[in-house]
Design a binder for this molecule. Structure first.
Ligand code: ADP
Ligand code: MG
Length: 335
């Protein structure tokens, strides 16, 4: 059987969409490797559980950095293992794949995505730019002559794009997104409480009580860490107010990136965006208070996509179900 699969290969998460089935795989883009034998021990959520906890012989890491493939062989192997996971019965052969690539990357980086998909499993590979897929997935009408703005806040990068007539008119990419927020939380807790917490704990804090605007719900949470003076384990009480302070600088940079993009948008299109507002996608769109803060700083209406973490995969999915939707945005039909 000749299957069609869409892949969102993100820095933080990888999603597979299968024609007629929808999203069939959602896994962290993490790999655990035995550093002596070089063998991949586990991938996805199993490997993510190992981050920061591995013994000397095993290294758990992310093969993508800042949106692009940093370790080619490991990325291809990770995709291959994900593919085996969805094809346990071996029911289908190499599928036709559409894979997303970040906007504005070099030809070499683009080719790495294409080749990784080939090596892992594919019969054919087509490429689609991520902001286009995110826009389609969040329900924006990309083919219309009206400009719309999509902001995708992922793990490694924030991508801001203005789209009109099936194309990207202006775009900016910033290497500040979810990971930098986690890092800022670790730094803040160290400075303020003299306690070291791990990245996984910081991410949990961000998801559960993270907030970037006073109007968002306030919450609190107890976390474990290590007291830097005594070296002993300790418990800390953290509030949403702490979260706002911890991540303020990074959030400012994300909003500045949106503002700079607006400043360089042609006037006709910025008038459209003034009417339609900004669409937020990616995991970072789930940060409490972010829509309110962006509206406060830009004066624009902000909508959060229905399923921000699934947006890109759903966008390729729509294109797989109805090729007319992405006819004008598929970049290469190779081999
Ligand atoms: P990528 O496309 O780079 O793989 P995703 O769009 O999958 O990234 O988003 C992953 C990022 O979103 C991670 O940094 C994660 O911590 C963050 N994230 C996920 N859920 C939430 C949430 N509820 N609040 C804040 N951040 C979140
Ligand atoms: Mg993404």
């Amino acid at each position: 059987m000749n299957k069609q699969i869409g892949i969102d290969l993100g820095t933080a998460n990888t999603l597979f969409y299968m024609k007629g089935k929808g999203i069939i795989l959602r896994e962290p883009s993490v790999v655990a490797k035995n550093s002596i034998t070089g063998k991949v021990v586990s991938v996805g959520s199993d490997a993510k559980k190992m981050l920061g906890k591995t013994p000397g012989t095993i290294a758990a890491f992310r093969p993508l950095k800042g949106g692009v493939i940093a370790d080619f062989d490991v990325t291809a192997e990770m995709l291959h293992q994900f593919f085996r996971k969805i094809n346990t019965g071996g029911f289908f052969n190499r599928p036709n794949v559409i894979i997303c690539i970040p906007y504005g990357v070099t030809e070499v980086e683009k080719k790495a995505f294409e080749d990784a998909a080939y090596d892992a499993m594919s019969r054919s590979v087509d490429l689609v730019e991520e902001p286009m897929a995110a826009a389609i997935g969040s329900g924006l009408r990309i083919g219309s002559p009206r400009g719309s703005m999509i902001v995708d806040i992922g793990g490694g990068t924030t991508e801001v794009a203005v789209i009109s007539l099936d194309g990207i008119v202006v775009s900016r990419s910033l290497r500040v997104a979810g990971d930098e927020l986690d890092d800022a939380i670790v730094q803040y807790v160290r400075r303020r409480f003299n306690v070291t917490i791990g990245m996984a704990t910081a991410e949990e804090l961000k998801k559960r009580i993270g907030s970037v605007h006073w109007s968002a719900d306030n919450a609190e949470m107890d976390v474990r860490g290590r007291n830097m003076k005594t070296g002993l384990p300790t418990t800390l009480h953290i509030t949403s107010g702490d979260m706002r302070e911890a991540t303020g600088e990074q959030i400012d940079r994300i909003i500045d990136c949106i503002k700079t993009t607006l400043e360089t948008t042609p006037p006709e299109l910025s008038a459209d965006i003034f009417d339609s507002g900004i669409m937020l996608a990616g995991g970072g769109a789930l940060l409490r208070g972010l829509p309110a803060l962006i509206t406060e700083r830009t004066g624009l209406k902000v909508t959060v996509a229905d399923r921000p973490l699934d947006c890109v995969a759903l966008g390729i999915g729509k294109g797989i179900e109805d090729p007319r939707i992405i006819r004008n945005v598929v970049l290469s039909r190779s081999k």
